[in-house]
Design a protein around this ligand. Structure first.
Ligand code: SF4
Ligand code: SF4
Ligand code: SF4
Length: 263
């Protein structure tokens, strides 16, 4: 079995295991059934079509060098045809949609299109809520400390004291990159033991209400993905119970039936 086939099988198993297909029919989320494994890698913003990307990315790592959030990695041996090429694993670190898109501008090969350095061109994918019943907002449960701590654990720029105390110290004297990542943690800290609206409140889209909002469901709330979502994956990284994922290279219209993504 080829690596592509293995990835495809793994993906289908994961999606079925998470109940995505059941959820789709159960609450009126319409799920596109024809996703292809080769389309399922989340690329940095500005990435050209996957076929072109595979030809153009020269594995130089320039984009990841300039990313202030440490969002980009190069695919390891499991990447099959695209081993060594740039991608984003939103479960580890989403993209925070820098206004100047340094990743695109640093790309020397055209794999990330310089002309797309504006949010209106960003089409990384679309977010999907995979297990509504586990949403803390629906269950009226507060955000546990451990959920915030896990983001501290994988944030690379922290001092040993900040990591140990799980509290950032923003002095204004740190490098821009450090400051930006600390701002995320500082914002996230405010959700400790508070009701969860993290996905909606920390979405980095310039007008987040156009990308995601909280709507009433039973006695609680659930997130509603909206048309402007660009699939940056920040909500995937930050969700305390890991029930969001990104479907790369799909958009709102292709993934959800227009105007009805929750029943
Ligand atoms: S937009 Fe910013 S955070 Fe996102 S991948 Fe590019 S450099 Fe990194
Ligand atoms: S809802 Fe916001 S944070 Fe989540 S993927 Fe979409 S644009 Fe990014
Ligand atoms: S981040 Fe969003 S989806 Fe995740 S538990 Fe909180 S409200 Fe629910």
């Amino acid at each position: 079995m080829s690596l592509e086939d293995k990835k495809r099988r793994k993906f289908v198993k994961q999606m079925t295991g998470l109940g995505v297909l059941g959820l789709a029919s159960g609450v009126g989320i319409y799920f596109a059934p024809d996703l292809k494994a080769k389309d399922l890698i989340l690329r940095p913003p500005g990435a050209v079509s996957e076929d072109k990307f595979l030809k153009l990315c020269i594995k130089c790592g320039q984009c990841l060098q300039v990313c202030p959030y440490d969002s980009i990695e190069l695919e390891d041996i499991d990447g099959g045809a695209s081993v060594g090429m740039a991608y984003i694993n939103p479960h580890k670190r989403g993209c925070y949609l820098c206004s100047a898109f340094p990743c695109m501008l640093a790309c020397p090969s055209g794999a990330l299109n310089h002309e797309h350095d504006d949010i209106k061109y960003v089409e990384m994918g679309i977010a999907l809520l995979t297990n509504m019943n586990s949403c803390l907002a629906l269950k009226n449960k507060n955000v546990p400390n451990s959920a915030v701590d896990k983001i501290y654990n994988h944030t690379k720029i922290l001092s040993s004291n900040e990591r140990k105390n799980k509290k950032v110290n923003i002095t204004g004297l740190e490098k821009e990159k450090d400051k930006l990542q600390k701002i995320i943690l500082d914002k996230l800290d405010k959700f400790r033991d508070k009701p969860c609206t993290i996905c909606a409140d920390m979405c980095p889209y310039p007008t987040p209400i156009d990308a995601i909002g909280m709507i009433k469901k039973d006695d609680g709330l659930i997130p509603e993905i909206k048309e402007a979502c660009v699939g940056c994956g920040a909500c995937v990284e930050l969700c305390p119970v890991s029930i969001l994922k990104i479907i790369p290279r799909e958009d709102y219209t292709s993934l959800y039936k227009k105007g009805k993504n929750h029943g």
